[in-house]
Design a protein around this ligand. Structure first.
Ligand code: SAJ
Length: 414
């Protein structure tokens, strides 16, 4: 069977590779000409997929910007972005566009699976009817439709597509059965739930669980600052409990394309049901306020050194939203840099994974001199490859928002 992937990004490409490695031909459809050309030339644009992997798959990956090519696929999997609008409401424009593209190519008997994270009901209320209206085919008879949340975690190496259990929910039992059969080719464990809504909501729960717990420790870091207690010591101590506790660490805020977004998809749907999920809203507020709290900590550290922010040279270490990767979406570092500049700080940054921040007109400064020349070094994202002992030795002042210099001493931590 030929598989179609619609949206060949950090989710779609690893999925395409997983199917191709099982010997299947995969039509990779993405409207982005540059991406599809790169793929055709064996050049990967996803950090987790090396060029060598593409080379080994040869013709099995068939990049295209023509949706018609999906006609030959027995199964089509949609992996397009589901961001927020500026007013923090679900933006389903990519999904609507992708559904329309799929509809132009949908053949009787095809299985369609949505992987994009979205609020419960999207598959049944939006995608299904749109495909039926465009093709005249009926869900569950003319074609099959399911939802299966993506669990691709950029930069993670301990779990792969194969070893991460896959949740699947179909509009009908046959839809679910076909989707389970499809994923069993590339996943060791497939978990079938009774409806697409259960699968859609399971994904949101996974990420809201993180958002709420990250907000809890971020709020605790602010309280500990007031009380003069070391929040890291408190969390280390709590984490000795072998059951009933899961460690989360405070930080400069919560970035990424999932966690700052997903909770607001559920909040949107809940409001439609006249329900106000206060945990979600509160967690979002706390996490969104954490960058400003970190800026006050930088101001206080400079003040104690007799230096105003204005005119001080501040080096931000780490611009991406989490260590080990180069993704800057919703990164707290960008907010911290902007706020420090508004206060007159002379801000530079160094990030081995992020060569430039065009939106800020900055390029990653070479580490060698930047540390010694800075009045203050702020560790905002802790990339594992940086030598923090050397940084602490050379720096005049270090504020560490990731707790990576605690054993070294001589720094100010959250
Ligand atoms: N963060 C903290 N403290 C923590 C954990 C995270 O401040 O204890 C911050 C990170 O620095 C980052 C943000 O929150 O800015 C999100 O971090 P994350 O570790 O949740 O990473 P993400 O956003 O890449 O989340 C992904 C999700 N994977 C998928 O959606 C498939 C999430 O479900 C994973 O659980 C998470 O990776 C993971 O476990 O790493």
């Amino acid at each position: 069977m030929r598989i179609g992937i619609v949206g060949v990004g950090y989710v779609g490409l690893p999925l395409a590779v997983a199917f191709a490695e099982e010997g299947l031909d995969v039509v990779c459809f993405d409207p982005d000409e540059k991406r599809m050309t790169a793929l055709a030339e064996g050049r990967s644009y996803v950090e987790d997929v090396p060029d060598a992997t593409l080379a080994a798959l040869g013709e099995r990956l068939r990049p295209t910007t023509v949706a018609e090519s999906l006609r030959e696929c027995g199964a089509i999997i949609v992996c397009v972005p589901t961001p927020l609008t500026n007013s923090r409401e679900p933006d389903l424009s990519y999904l609507t566009e992708a559904t329309a593209e799929v509809a132009t190519a949908l053949q009787p008997g095809t299985l369609v699976v949505l992987e994009s994270t979205t609020y419960p009901g999207t598959t049944r209320e939006q995608v299904g009817p749109a495909l039926e209206a465009a093709t005249g085919l009926a869900v569950g008879q003319g074609f099959h439709l399911a939802f299966s949340p993506e669990r691709i975690d950029p930069g993670r190496t301990d779990y792969s597509v194969r070893t991460t259990p896959k949740v699947v929910g179909g509009i009908t039992a046959t839809c679910a059965g076909r989707a389970a059969e499809l994923y069993e080719r590339i996943c060791d464990e497939v978990v079938v739930v009774s409806t697409p809504e259960a699968a859609e909501l399971a994904k949101l729960l996974e990420n809201i669980f993180r958002s709420v717990n990250i907000a809890l420790v971020n709020e605790l870091s602010q309280l500990c600052d007031r009380l003069g207690i070391d929040v890291w010591e408190v969390i280390d101590a709590a984490a000795t409990k072998p059951f009933g506790f899961m460690r989360f660490d405070p930080g400069p805020g919560m970035g990424g394309h999932c966690l700052p977004v997903d909770p607001f998809y559920l909040a949107f749907k809940a409001r439609e049901a006249d329900f106000y999920p206060e945990f979600i809203e509160l967690a979002g507020k706390v996490n969104q306020g954490q960058p400003a709290f970190c800026v006050t900590r930088i101001e206080a550290a400079l003040n104690d050194a007799g230096k105003p922010v204005r005119g001080s040279r501040i080096l931000v270490l780490g611009a991406s939203y989490k260590g080990g990767i180069g993704d800057t979406r919703e990164s707290p570092a960008l907010k911290i840099i902007r706020m420090l500049r508004e206060r007159g700080g002379e801000v530079s940054y160094h990030d081995p994974h992020v060569a430039a921040l065009p939106e800020l007109g900055l390029e990653s400064a070479p580490l060698e001199n930047a540390v010694a020349e800075a009045d203050l070094v702020a560790i905002v994202t802790a990339h594992p490859e940086l030598d923090y002992a050397a940084i602490v030795r050379e720096a005049q002042l270090v504020v560490d928002f990731r707790g990576v210099t605690r054993e070294l001493g001589g720094t100010i931590t959250l």
